[in-house]
Structures are given as structure tokens and as C-alpha cells.
Design a protein around this ligand. Structure first.
Ligand code: TMP
Ligand code: ASP
Length: 237
């Protein structure tokens, strides 16, 4: 597969064209940002871990009935994916209170919910990714009603599959963010990445954070946490 010109550079990934108009190459960087780019840093080895973890988890999700953009891992940092137009919604599922949920509603972190929650934010850095509901998404024509229904189904299915998988690894899936895209024929597939950048993952026994919160909150041991979570995934997948 020929790597073509760079189409886009985001905060954690670059996207390149290929000689096939339906396929793109994603390249994962070690760059880390938080708080809408206000905090910047490098997490050594993150690009390799996020690439490999995302690919393994997406293949696992495909088997469980969630279609994804994944095609083929090309090397440590680069993956061939189906070209999509991203639905500009960040889809967040939570099993346990943490982060912005705890802050918005004035509750402590670590409250286990009876049922998972879903929320959407408008993927728009200039506006700071504001929260919105399905009616707002329809009003703004970000997605159709049918697309939102499909996205919700895939998001909850993803939660069931990932929660069960991480539990086997001794890891509690607290919350995570997904992005979906449309293939050229309009089919909705899971896109972007699933990694410690986009999930909260706590050690089931000790509660230790094994995700990007170590970077966001200056907890130290960031690289070690990424390596530890990858080691556990490899043991079980
Ligand atoms: P939050 O509690 O800050 O809203 O984050 C919820 C989840 O979404 C958490 O697992 C981290 C992830 N997330 C992203 O992947 N990208 C983002 O820009 C933000 C704010 C959160
Ligand atoms: N990736 C987001 C940013 O740079 C935020 C985050 O993950 O906390 O702003």
C-alpha cells in the first residue's frame, strides 16, 4: 500500500491518503494534550501502544458485532483503515462516576452506576466540544435519527464487550469516548481509536489509574501505566 500525501494532522495522529480512494493510513504520535490542547507533552511509546491496542480491541469488537474502520496494521505506529467521514459527535459511555461527570454533578469519583450512561458532545475544538443531546444533534444536522440510533446501539454493545474483556485483565472500565464515521455508502462504523487516551481504566484490585488521567493530573508514572495496560491486554487477547 502506497502512502500518499498527508491529509490531516490532529493532536495525537496523522492521516495520509493511499492509492486506494477508500483507504487511509493513520499514524500514531507520542504527543499528548489535555484540556482542549492547553496542556501539552510527550508520552514516550504511546503511539505504538495506542496503535496496537486500538487495533486489537477493534478486531475483538468486530467479532462481537460492532463494525469498525480497521483494515490492517502496517507497522508499530501505522494502520490501514477504511476512509470515513467522521460524524462530529464524541460519544461517551460511563459505568462509574469520574472526570467531568463528577465535576458537573458534584459527586465523588468511583460511584458505580446501576446502568451505563451515554452522552454526546459536539466535536468542535473552537467551541470546546460542548455537550449536546440527540435533539441538538438533529437540529444541527450532525447525524440523522437512524444514525444516532445505530451509534447508540454500537456504543452500548462496545461497552458490554470491553467491560467484560477488561474485567478478565483485572481492569475496571470506568468510561470511554468513541467516534463513528460513515463509509462512502453511508454505513456507520466505529472509527478513531480505543486506547488509554480515550478510556479510563482502573486496576480492579487497587484502583490505580492506568490511563491518560496520569498525564492530565500530573500523577507521574505515565509511560509505565501505558505499558502495564498493554501488557495485560496482550496476556488476555
Ligand atoms: P470526561 O470525564 O473528561 O468527560 O471524559 C470522559 C471520557 O472520555 C474519558 O475516558 C476520557 C475521554 N475523553 C477523550 O477521549 N477525549 C477528550 O477530549 C475528553 C475530554 C475525554
Ligand atoms: N484530547 C483532548 C485534548 O487535547 C483532551 C483529553 O483527552 O483530556 O484536549
Amino acid at each position: 500500500m502506497m502512502m500518499g500525501k498527508q491529509l490531516y494532522e490532529g493532536k495525537a495522529k496523522k492521516v495520509f491518503a493511499t492509492d486506494d480512494p477508500e483507504l487511509l493510513i493513520v499514524s500514531y504520535k507520542d504527543d499528548a494534550t489535555a484540556f482542549n490542547g492547553l496542556k501539552r507533552g510527550t508520552i514516550r511509546g504511546k503511539g505504538v501502544i495506542n496503535n496496537q491496542m486500538s487495533n486489537l480491541l477493534m478486531q475483538y469488537l468486530e467479532k462481537g458485532g460492532v463494525p469498525t474502520h480497521f483494515v490492517k496494521e502496517l507497522n508499530e505506529r501505522e494502520t490501514l483503515v477504511k476512509k470515513v467521514s467522521i460524524v462530529p459527535l464524541e460519544v461517551i459511555i460511563r459505568n462509574i462516576s469520574a472526570g467531568s461527570f463528577a465535576k458537573h454533578y458534584g459527586v465523588e469519583e468511583g460511584i458505580v452506576f446501576d446502568a451505563p450512561t451515554i452522552e454526546f458532545s459536539y466535536k468542535n475544538d473552537a467551541l470546546g466540544d460542548p455537550l449536546l443531546n440527540a435533539y441538538h444533534a438533529l437540529a444541527l444536522k450532525l447525524a440523522t435519527k437512524e444514525e444516532i440510533e445505530t451509534i447508540k446501539q454500537y456504543a452500548f454493545r462496545t461497552n458490554e464487550l470491553l467491560k467484560a474483556f477488561w474485567a478478565e485483565c483485572g481492569v475496571t472500565l470506568v468510561d470511554f469516548k468513541l467516534e463513528f464515521g460513515r463509509l462512502s455508502d453511508g454505513t456507520i462504523v466505529l472509527a478513531d481509536e480505543i486506547s488509554p487516551d480515550t478510556c479510563r481504566l482502573w486496576d480492579s484490585k487497587t484502583g490505580e489509574k492506568l490511563d491518560k488521567d496520569r498525564f492530565r493530573r500530573d500523577l507521574g508514572g505515565v509511560e509505565d501505566a501505558y505499558q502495564e495496560i498493554m501488557r495485560r491486554l496482550r496476556e488476555h487477547l
